[in-house]
Design a protein around this ligand. Structure first.
Ligand SMILES: O=C(O)c1cc(=O)[nH]c(=O)n1[C@@H]1O[C@H](COP(=O)(O)O)[C@@H](O)[C@H]1O
Length: 284
């Protein structure tokens, strides 16, 4: 049996469970607001509650690696357990690690997260292309081999991103070159009428930048991870304005807004499901 690609698995997951990508971002303030200590035990309790709430109920979950790295190897162990438990329940995991480096080092990052022998492989990772799109080649190729995906930062949700991403290299903006890179990787999937496995990150908060820069996001052929919904001010209406005809490929991501419904597992799950339902009404 041929293994399914990440794009195919993602399409099935969002068709089944709705489009929300629920973030697991154990910020200090959030952990404390749940009545937990900001320490390894608090991190473990916070993460377990998220896994209980989301696993098998939400299509896609995105743990933010930084909040686990804070606690060193014990934090990473908690992250690894969460990744395995979510995937065991059939929930896709995008590890938000934003890795990017020269090719030989990128190969090690790729093996760490996307390789067949990775300790806790994610279904996809976020990658930073600011050493050049081609510096991501080891991750792009390994992900393709192992049926996994990558999300390339295109237009990030933070206001500072525009100083780099809107810049033009001759006539082409940096962001546009990232869209072209993803489109090239997804060409085969597009020909087969499938969602590609090389996604782009485009924040829900980027206003009219997609139109101003003339980005053909639908033409990129991959999923469009859209963080910034909720705590950063992005709304479902913003998604409509930002993405236009690319809406069917949008994977809206929300962390703090959903997580603030905890620590009760049922309330957390309920918030995620309601958010996903309202997003589904908009996107489909
Ligand atoms: O790659 C990301 O997920 C990402 C890209 C981006 O442009 N902006 C952005 O906020 N993110 C991540 O998405 C999450 C947003 O969290 P909330 O603002 O709490 O929903 C954080 O983990 C960010 O690191």
């Amino acid at each position: 049996m041929t293994e399914l690609t990440f794009g195919q698995r993602l399409r099935t997951a969002t068709d089944t469970h709705g489009p929300l990508c629920a973030g697991i971002d154990p910020h200090r303030a959030l952990v404390e607001s749940w009545g937990l200590g900001y320490d390894v035990d608090g991190l473990a309790a916070f993460t377990d509650a998220c896994v209980d709430a989301f696993a098998g109920h939400v299509g896609v979950v995105k743990p933010q690696s930084a909040f686990f790295e804070v606690f060193g190897s014990r934090g990473i162990a908690i992250l690894e357990r969460a990744i395995l438990a979510l995937r065991e329940a059939g929930t896709l995991v995008i590890l938000d690690a934003k890795r990017g480096d020269i090719g030989s080092t990128m190969m090690a990052y790729a093996e760490a997260y996307l390789g067949k022998d990775a300790v806790a492989p994610a279904d996809a990772i976020t990658v930073s292309p600011y050493l050049g799109f081609e510096s991501l080649r080891p991750a792009l190729d390994l992900a393709a081999q192992t049926g996994r995906g990558v999300f390339v930062l295109g237009l990030t949700s933070n206001p500072e991103g525009r100083t780099v991403q809107h810049a033009r290299l001759r006539d082409v903006s940096v962001a546009e070159s990232m869209v072209a890179g993803a489109a090239g990787e997804n060409a085969g999937a597009r020909e087969r009428g499938e969602l590609g496995s090389v996604g782009l990150v485009v924040g829900a908060t980027v206003g009219s930048a997609v139109q101003e820069l003339g980005l053909d996001l639908a033409g990129a052929g991959g999923p469009l991870l859209a963080p910034g919904v909720g705590a950063q001010g992005g709304t479902t209406e913003d998604l409509r304005r930002v993405f236009g005809d690319a809406l069917p490929n949008v994977l809206p991501a929300s962390s703090r807004d959903v997580l603030s419904a905890g620590p009760d597992v049922a309330a957390l799950r309920d918030r995620a499901l309601r958010t996903s339902e309202s997003l589904a009404a908009l996107l489909r």
